[in-house]
Design a binder for this molecule. Structure first.
Ligand SMILES: NC(=O)C1=CN([C@@H]2O[C@H](COP(=O)(O)OP(=O)(O)OC[C@H]3O[C@@H](n4cnc5c(N)ncnc54)[C@H](O)[C@@H]3O)[C@@H](O)[C@H]2O)C=CC1
Ligand SMILES: O=C(O)C(=O)Cc1ccc(O)cc1
Length: 561
């Protein structure tokens, strides 16, 4: 039979948590967390339950002791128990009972602080390690002026009368479950680690966190504590992902070897299914289009606990079969076939589902979607301004074009982008298309023309590098990036319709005009043009973009490492 160590007595929160986890287990009840941990270390039990956080009390300090377990066990799971506290006393006639003393386990007084200060501000609070013994004493000595705080079940079991129920609302305690073996991956896990007491070093904490951020790994919890003996800082982290995950392993290795720079400075407490307090309405996403961008998003959505299906022209599961089974359909195909794809599959969506368009053109795309889907289908367009080679969406731009039919499913997807650090702009369809003319169409066109020109004049790559200026470097970098990715992506960008086209046209006209002026030595006129344009390009704009350029540098340098 399974044996579990937990906080007693019979009927307490620790008892109920362990019972809920395993109704048939033998429960060994203790009064103190260190005793539970000892029982576990001595292998007297299979599992141990340790309260680590309460929604009203906050962190329960003793859980830093979890680190002691490392030699022989892991944190393998969690249980969140709603706590319903009641106030009781011995049965008596006195209707306006006003106790001189109130007893309870230490933790409950913090949880029901508001209730006690409002109703019994003059009572003496007595915290007891063993509530069962205290209850027996009250009964044996007929202590009528004692009030007791605990669960209704426990109060009734010991023959007390209930005076008030639910005296602390929204009261939940999270218990850590410790077991012998590391738990396997469920696909929606978190990992807990703790550092050794760390030597003082400027920026250590920021550098540790940066290793996770740059890899797009979310940190769920961060706590710190001064080691009692050395007074050095110890950091506890709860991170999204299972310890088997390669990217998480790399981040931890870099933190240990390159940031803290000490062997065995990180201790793994364990991996466990993520504790999620948020309300999620979406369960499943179905993609139409099995390209690189669909795979990129599907991976990250799976990591958030959603189920995803990828379908296309040659998958076993067809889009027609997939659509009735998902909450959200995402169309993610080349821009030039997006409208036709919407027209083909849009009519198959039913009210209550959502259609998300991941596409680089907005006006025609949304118009087609509005026309060929039912009114009760949610609609939104998202244009992520990064490619599938990006490690994360942290600090990268995304535009979201909401429609009057964007509802809670769309908001949940937007919340997913926000959570992962994307910089979101809300655009209208025409605003998006016009600004993509500037942000995408024009730079792509210039880069393509520049590369053609270099080739035409047989300029070698090595000469471009050695002869670039600080200013020209970025244009060259853009050209190099574009020519090392999928050409179809960039051909599609240049070919899209919409308001962006006028940006490229005007540019081409202005270019020819400037070339003519330059060849005619019209220096004063050229200066005038620059001066006049400068009013649009303020020093603040320049400073902000220098900052961004440095961020690009650091991303590219890291990627190359
Ligand atoms: N690749 C990138 O860097 C980015 C792409 N996007 C957008 O994501 C969307 C998809 O791009 P990727 O995944 O990169 O493209 P991709 O070329 O890797 O994949 C496109 C998918 O669509 C399918 N497909 C092609 N023609 C089709 C047709 N006639 N009918 C049905 N399916 C067809 C392909 O088989 C493939 O599965 C595009 O709208 C693009 O604008 C957005 C941001 C970045
Ligand atoms: O990574 C880059 O530089 C890109 O330009 C990626 C990209 C490609 C296509 C888009 O519609 C948006 C972004």
């Amino acid at each position: 039979m399974i044996r579990i160590a937990t906080l007693g007595p019979h009927g307490s929160d620790g008892y109920r948590a362990a019972r809920q986890y395993s109704p048939d287990a033998e429960l060994l009840l203790y009064n103190r967390i260190p005793d539970i941990i000892n029982a576990f270390l001595k292998e007297e039990v299979d599992f141990a339950f340790v309260p680590i956080y309460n929604t009203r009390e906050g962190e329960i300090k003793e859980y830093f002791r979890l680190q002691e377990l490392l030699s022989s066990g892991y944190w393998i799971d969690n249980l969140v128990l709603p706590i319903h506290l009641s106030f009781g006393c011995l049965k008596q006639e006195n209707a306006s009972f006003s106790p001189a003393n109130i007893i309870g386990r230490g933790s409950v007084f913090k949880q029901c602080e508001d209730y006690i200060s409002e109703h019994y501000p003059d009572a003496t609070l007595m915290s007891v390690p063993d509530i069962a013994v205290a209850m027996k004493d009250i009964k044996d000595n007929n202590r009528l002026d004692f009030g007791i705080v605990d669960s209704e079940e426990l109060l009734l079991e010991h023959g007390f009368e209930i005076r008030d129920r639910e005296i602390a609302a929204h009261n939940r305690t999270r218990f850590a479950i410790l077991g012998e073996n590391l738990s396997g991956s469920t696909g929606y896990d978190a990992t807990a680690v703790i550092t050794r007491p760390l030597k003082d070093r400027v920026g250590m904490l920021v550098d540790i966190l940066g290793e996770f951020t740059s890899r797009g790994i979310n940190i769920l919890d961060l706590r710190s504590e001064n080691d009692i003996k050395t007074q050095k800082l110890q950091i506890y982290l709860e991170i999204e992902g299972h310890i088997g995950n390669e990217s998480l392993q790399k981040a931890l290795k870099t933190v240990e070897e390159e940031v803290i720079q000490e062997e065995d400075s990180l201790r793994l407490l364990g991996s466990f299914p993520r504790v999620d307090m948020r309300v999620k309405k979406i369960n499943t996403f179905g993609f139409i289009g099995t390209g690189a961008m669909s795979e990129w998003f599907a991976d990250r959505l799976e990591n958030e606990g959603y189920r995803t299906f990828l379908t296309g022209r040659s998958t076993i599961l067809s889009p027609e079969e997939m659509i009735p089974d998902v909450d959200v359909v995402i169309i993610c195909v080349p821009i030039s076939v997006t409208v036709a794809t919407i027209q083909q599959y849009g009519p198959l969506l039913k009210d209550g589902q959502a259609l998300l368009l991941l596409a680089g053109e907005s006006e025609q795309t949304l118009k087609a979607a509005e026309e060929c889907t039912s009114q009760g289908v949610e609609l939104m367009l998202v244009h992520n301004l990064w490619g599938p080679q990006a490690q994360s969406m942290k600090d990268k731009n995304a535009t979201v074009v909401r429609t009057p039919r964007s509802g809670s499913f769309c908001s949940e997807f937007e919340a997913f982008l926000y959570k992962h650090g994307a910089d979101i702009s809300q655009d209208s369809p025409t605003q998006h298309d016009l600004l993509m003319g500037v942000g995408q169409k024009l730079p792509t066109t210039i880069s393509t023309a520049l590369a053609m020109t270099l080739k035409q004049h047989a300029i070698a790559c090595s000469d471009i590098g050695t002869h670039s200026t600080l200013t020209s470097l970025y244009g060259i970098l853009a050209m190099a990036r574009i020519h090392n990715q999928n050409p179809r992506t960039y051909a599609e960008i240049m070919a899209t319709g919409g308001d962006g086209r006028k940006i490229v046209r005007s540019f081409a006209e202005n270019l020819l005009q400037i070339v003519a002026m330059a060849e005619d030595q019209k220096i004063a006129e050229l200066c005038e043009i620059i001066e006049s344009s400068r009013s649009h390009l303020s020093p603040e704009f320049l400073a902000e973009h220098m900052k961004r350029s440095r961020a690009v540098d650091s991303v590219l340098t890291k990627a190359a490492r």
